[in-house]
Design a protein around this ligand. Structure first.
Ligand code: HEC
Length: 153
């Protein structure tokens, strides 16, 4: 009889623990308000911050080295330099070839247009693969690159 009673007590115990724990589970966790972080305001500085200073560091390089370091070199080859791209036409003599591409264009005009508006004239045998917007990408290197390419006679 005592054994039966203790078993009964045991069940009561288990039952009440069960109730307790299940009771805990039903507690709905309070919804913690989530704060959407507000975008950090851009500093309303003078705008002089990081003006195109990248070009300045290029000045101690030769035009060949400078060109070889640009995105242009990944597609164009200039004989005897680090520029060894093969996607676009070789630019080894673009100072001469450029003057003969479009009648009435000097090499410089042609090269400038090739960069600013690459699809204005497509070199025969090549697809329209040269991206636009490279002038902006070159920044301070743009004019030195024009001068360099025009000099490649
Ligand atoms: C993704 C590859 C690619 C990149 C990067 C690229 N070009 Fe080109 N480029 C071409 C292709 C392809 C052509 C030929 C098709 C055409 O005329 O647009 C070409 C044509 C040219 C031409 C005319 C060549 C000729 O023989 O008439 C010049 C000049 C030129 N690119 C200069 C540049 C310069 C400078 C840069 C960097 C600012 C540059 N390219 C970046 C692919 C590229």
């Amino acid at each position: 009889m005592i054994r039966l009673l203790s078993m009964f007590m045991f069940f009561i115990l288990v039952f009440s623990i069960g109730c307790l724990s299940s009771g805990e589970e039903t507690v709905v966790p309070a919804v913690t308000p989530t704060f959407v972080p507000t975008a950090v305001e851009k500093s309303s500085g003078t705008g002089h911050g990081d003006s195109h200073s990248s070009g300045a560091t290029q000045s101690d390089k030769s035009p060949e080295e400078m060109f070889a370091g640009t995105i242009c070199a990944s597609c164009h080859k200039i004989e005897g330099t680090g520029a060894q791209g093969i996607t676009g036409p070789e630019l080894t003599n673009i100072g001469t070839i450029g003057a003969s591409r479009i009648s009435g264009y000097s090499a410089e005009e042609y090269i400038r247009e090739s960069i600013i508006e690459p699809d204005a004239y497509l070199v025969e045998g090549y697809g329209n693969l040269m991206p636009a917007g490279l002038k902006d990408l070159l920044g301070a290197d743009y004019e030195p690159i024009i001068t360099y390419l025009v000099s490649l006679k």
